[in-house]
Ligand binder design. Structure first.
Ligand SMILES: C[S@@+](CC[C@H](N)C(=O)[O-])C[C@H]1O[C@@H](n2cnc3c(N)ncnc32)[C@H](O)[C@@H]1O
Length: 258
């Protein structure tokens, strides 16, 4: 039987034992070759310093704005229950997961947090955070199958009260599949908040940051999300941008109801 709380060393052993090509295949990852290339990028260039990279993109003020925006929108009416189960999709090093968990825990003391990502090295970084977060390997295009797989090693629920994702969507080839996959793991009244970049023209982001999309038009996100979510709002986050090497991309925030 899987213990209620795996020790950090047990989680690390699980993450280190992951056989990527096999697992991507088992999870039915779309465009597995491209995803494997991205995973190499995140393992070699970002995992160990992702927290510092995020700070360089937004500064403390921008980070606070992102954290507040996600936490406020997740807990807007109808409020989340005290024991809400909340998933971060494409959590990276857990930089935002930890901050959002810490903020929401003050309002929802019995809530629990889960972090899914396709880069094991990023998930290893999450095990070093002080907040109680359950990391597990998975692909955003098939979260249900990712959960089933992770349940062999960790206690992960089948459905969540809420989910969020920051700066992951532009790494996914098929955003329709991501929205569908996300909707499938939310409880009937579940909600999700997604923050990502608006369309920009910095082609170098593809090389420097392993990006697949040069951001999205908010209208494009609204149209895609409305195919599966009952209520969708997409707006630009005012006064903030993702800046790297002197270039800047605006952000949008999408609020979705299952
Ligand atoms: C730019 S980082 C963002 C990480 C974190 N959310 C943050 O804001 O710092 C993108 C993350 O998405 C993950 N990722 C990319 N494509 C993915 C996919 N198809 N399924 C799950 N995770 C994915 C990468 O491994 C990486 O950790």
């Amino acid at each position: 039987m899987i213990p209620q709380h795996l020790s950090k060393s047990a989680v690390r052993s699980y993450l280190k034992a992951i056989d990527l090509p096999d697992l991507l295949n088992e999870l039915g990852a779309q465009n597995a070759e491209l995803l494997a290339k991205e995973i190499r990028h995140f393992t070699e260039k970002e995992a160990k310093k992702r927290d510092k990279i995020v700070l360089s993109y937004f500064g403390e003020k921008g980070i606070k704005q992102i954290v507040n925006s996600v936490a406020t929108k997740l807990n807007a009416s109808p409020k989340l229950k005290q024991s809400a189960k909340i998933l971060d999709v494409g959590a990276g090093s857990g930089f935002f997961t930890a901050r959002i968990a810490s903020k929401l825990k003050k309002l929802l003391p019995y809530s629990s947090f889960y972090a899914m990502d396709a880069t094991p090295a990023m998930l290893l970084a999450i095990t070093k955070k002080k907040e109680a977060i359950t990391p597990f390997f998975g692909v955003a295009e098939n979260i249900t199958r990712s959960i089933r797989n992770a349940q062999r090693y960790a206690r992960v629920p089948n459905k969540f009260d809420a989910a969020f994702s920051t700066l992951m969507l532009h790494h996914c080839t098929d955003i329709d599949r991501v929205f569908k996959s996300l909707q499938q793991v939310l409880k009937p009244a579940g909600k999700a908040v997604i923050i990502d970049m608006c369309t920009h023209s910095s082609n170098e982001f593809k090389e420097e940051m392993g990006d697949v999309h040069l951001g999205f038009d908010p209208e494009q996100i609204e149209k895609a999300a409305k195919k599966v979510f009952s209520k969708v709002t997409v707006e630009k986050l005012p006064g903030i941008c993702c800046s790297s090497s002197g270039r800047c991309a605006e952000l949008f925030v999408a609020t979705l109801r299952a």
